[in-house]
Design a protein around this ligand. Structure first.
Ligand code: ADP
Length: 195
């Protein structure tokens, strides 16, 4: 088989798979964006159709104008969930990266989408705060940002996620591999190397 035939074959077979939303939840700085970007590369290399919906980017367009009250946070998640649902039913693997601190709304989008994998990106608050990737924890501690998750706003951890990534204890590669294995086991992704 030529490489072009091989690529066409991979794409054809992968597209027979159902779509799925892989929903990454966790504190700011826990590693959601880092993992979804690495995962996207791996999935592209396997010929998958992938879209990332990243909370920070979504808040600049789809949910622009929403704040951080409980109501606005829920509306943010509901809109992301709606787009994810459309993409999922069109055989896309959707990677959502959003703090999504509240259990009830996460469960609501899970029910609505159906093909749904929850990934708890778990690093202790003190680790996230030490990383302080965007300098937001410092500003929240200084009182410059209000309602900051983990500081003066709650985070409700998932009770039964399909995957948990302890980014303070495992490597990025290990986290990506856990998600890939779960996608394979649940039938959303062809096992690497299988026909
Ligand atoms: P979030 O999207 O959850 O706010 P980011 O992905 O933006 O978090 O930031 C996480 C930070 O933690 C990055 O600087 C990343 O390099 C670092 N990090 C250290 N170890 C890991 C790991 N095992 N997995 C993911 N990120 C890690």
């Amino acid at each position: 088989m030529t490489s072009l035939e091989s690529e066409i074959s991979t794409n054809f077979t992968q597209q027979q798979k159902p779509g799925v939303t892989v929903w990454f939840t966790g504190l700011s700085g826990a590693g959601k964006t880092t993992i979804t970007r690495a995962l996207e590369q791996e999935l592209h290399s396997r010929g998958c159709k992938v879209e990332i919906l990243d909370g920070d980017i979504v808040r600049e367009n789809l949910t622009k104008g929403l704040g951080f009250s409980r109501e606005d946070r829920d509306e943010n998640i509901r809109r992301i969930g709606f787009v994810s649902q459309l993409l999922t039913r069109n055989h896309v693997i959707v990677l959502v990266s959003a703090i999504s601190p509240y259990t009830v709304i996460r469960d609501e989008v899970r029910q609505r989408i159906g093909n749904f994998i929850e990934v708890y990106v778990n690093a202790p608050l003190n680790v996230c705060e030490k990383r302080d990737v965007k300098g937001l924890y410092k500003r929240a501690r200084a009182g410059e940002i209000k309602n900051f998750t983990g500081i003066d706003d709650p985070y409700e951890p998932p009770t039964n996620p399909e995957v948990e990534c302890r980014t303070d204890l495992e490597t990025l590669e290990e986290s990506v591999s856990k998600v890939i294995t779960t996608l394979e086991e649940l039938g959303y992704l062809r096992k690497s190397g299988s026909d």
